[in-house]
Design a protein around this ligand. Structure first.
Ligand code: ADE
Length: 246
């Protein structure tokens, strides 16, 4: 899968490709990235890409010319890829959206903004605006990298073990159960006995219950409307335990 980043700061994008899973995906040819810098399409001698806003106000606005030329070049390279602009006012990015994009078989063109935002006319060349959350960042590079990271986890081979993306938080609809590794006792804190006794049925039950507990306590909005009989039973136990030991 290929990602084209339209960015004034390609070094920020390139740095992310030097580490961990993204590096592995790139090295294996499962992922490909390219940066197109709108500054290369600036027509004045200062290579400027921004200007003051009509109507007055603080901050600078990204001029349409260099942005649109950069998008045009990206579309020439990836004619079928949707053009996604990073914007705090866009649709909120989510795990289902990451999975949908990964499974679509399409490449992505990610447009990173800066300063006070794009000239509104740039959006005529954009298919969707996406936000990574209700806070404002200094630029779109981190959101675009977050999107690439979350999408890449669904590309078979990027995580190494195929199961990982399917099993993690949100994929099951619930938060993750706690995980432990050696030592059995760390600074007086012990790994739960059930995880050490090798009874796989009991381990599966414990994990399901702890997933339900984490979701019930931290993100009750994620609990499914209709629970299986087993889950309903586990949740009843969790509620009783919470009442006894709030
Ligand atoms: N640019 C600035 N803040 C952003 C956000 N929260 N999401 C996407 N793009 C942004």
């Amino acid at each position: 899968m290929k990602f084209i980043f339209i960015t004034l700061f390609p070094e920020q994008i390139e740095a992310a490709g030097r580490h961990s899973m993204i590096k592995r995906g790139l090295d294996a040819g499962l992922l490909e990235t390219e940066c197109i810098n709108p500054r290369d399409f600036s027509t004045d001698k200062h290579r400027s890409v921004d200007d003051t806003p009509f109507g007055g106000g603080v901050g600078m606005v990204l001029k349409p010319g260099p942005m649109v030329e950069a998008i045009r070049l990206a579309k020439q390279k990836l004619p079928d890829a949707p053009v996604i602009a990073m914007s705090p006012g866009g649709e909120t990015f989510s795990q289902p959206l990451a999975e949908k994009w990964a499974r679509s078989g399409q490449d992505l063109i990610l447009v990173c903004g800066h300063y006070e935002g794009f000239d509104e006319r740039v959006y005529h060349w954009v298919d969707a605006k996406v936000s990574i959350g209700d806070y404002v960042l200094t630029g779109g590079e981190l959101p675009a990298l977050i999107i690439m990271d979350a999408v890449s986890r669904f590309i078979p081979g990027v995580l190494g073990k195929l199961a990982s993306a399917e099993e993690d938080s949100f994929a099951t609809g619930l938060l993750e159960y706690p995980q432990y590794t050696r030592p059995v006792v760390f600074e007086g804190l012990e790994v739960p006995e059930v995880l050490r006794n090798g009874n796989h049925k009991l381990i599966a039950r414990w994990r399901r219950k702890e997933s339900l507990r984490a979701t019930y306590l931290k993100r009750p909005d994620l609990l499914p409307q209709e629970l299986s009989r087993e889950d309903a039973g586990l949740l009843r136990e969790i509620k009783e335990e919470t009442e006894q030991n709030p």
